[in-house]
Design a protein around this ligand. Sequence first.
Ligand code: CA
Length: 239
Amino acid sequence: MSLVMVIEDEEALSMLLSYNLEKEGYEVATVSNGLNAVSEVERLLPSVIILDWMLPEISGVEICKIIRSKPDIKTIPIIMLTAKSQEEDKIKGLSAGADDYVTKPFSVPELMARVKTNMRRAPLFEEKEKTLAFEDIFMDLVERKVKRGDNYLHLSPTEFRLLKMLIREPGKVFSREVLLKSVWGENIFVESRTVDVHIRRLRKSLNKYGPNYIRTVRANGYAIDKNAENDEADAEEED
Ligand code: CA
């Protein structure tokens, strides 16, 4: 059975989530204190984490950053739960490494749909291909590792999925809409700006060890392309 961990200090909300998750057939672990959160994640290794932004002692954003820095747990999908709805806060949450974002008050069916989508992306999901490569970039889909030359890259689960999508069909331009649908799921509402944020982070990780291979196709989308190098400056200008 798949375990979902709910990190939320509001007891009523935590109970509501547990009730609905169990109804969907998941096992649920709840954590109400931000200080225990990371050690509980390490102990229980949940398939998906629902993480509240506003926690006493330590914020959801901080917890997210810590989880993403730990090799054993960094690939676990994180859905950030928050009352903050400002665009800059969303970007901040995504930059901290969250895969998904739900603003309170949220609809329970929508959150359940997001759990399901993120569950499908959890590391247990079986891949047909075992490895993918483009030039000096190598992806091990089983171990979920990415190397550029001899250097291992630390990608979030979302960045990993984006790279996988691009690298499968070099040169093909993927629109933001197509990337959203494939990487985030059909019934999920995510703004197209979210794609740009994750692409920017992916590019930053990749470019540490070589030239830029992710081409921005203005008003269109992205492609992995050996001749993309000069596009990096263009892409940064758009911010
Ligand atoms: Ca809270």
